[in-house]
Design a protein. Structure first.
Length: 104
């Protein structure tokens, strides 16, 4: 697995974070098609997908999505390589969410 904030590449006091090849995310079924739950950053004019390492975090976000969207999304596992987003908001099992670049 690649390392985020690998000390060989830059000096940082943050702990190394292993980025898995798969992660949990939220999916809705709308008009016969599956859609991932995304957030639109109006300032950057960019969509990012929510990714989770732990099931309890994914469930908490699904509850918030149900309140906002009126539908409870499914929690699924996805391969990060298959995502077409440039950025993901990744929530590790321990620690705060961080923006993770998926594509250059």
């Amino acid at each position: 697995m690649p390392r985020f904030n690998d000390p060989r590449h830059e000096s940082t006091e943050e702990r190394d974070l292993l980025i898995p090849s798969t992660a949990l995310c939220l999916r809705l079924r709308r008009r016969g098609q599956d859609e991932l739950v995304v957030h639109r950053d109006e300032v950057a004019a960019e969509d990012f997908v929510f990714l989770f390492e732990a099931l309890d975090d994914a469930h908490d976000y699904a509850l918030m999505a149900r309140e906002a969207l009126g539908v409870f999304p499914q929690i699924i596992r996805v391969n990060l390589r298959g995502l077409h987003f440039r950025t993901a908001r990744f929530k590790p099992a321990v620690g705060e969410p961080l923006d993770l670049p998926l594509r250059g």
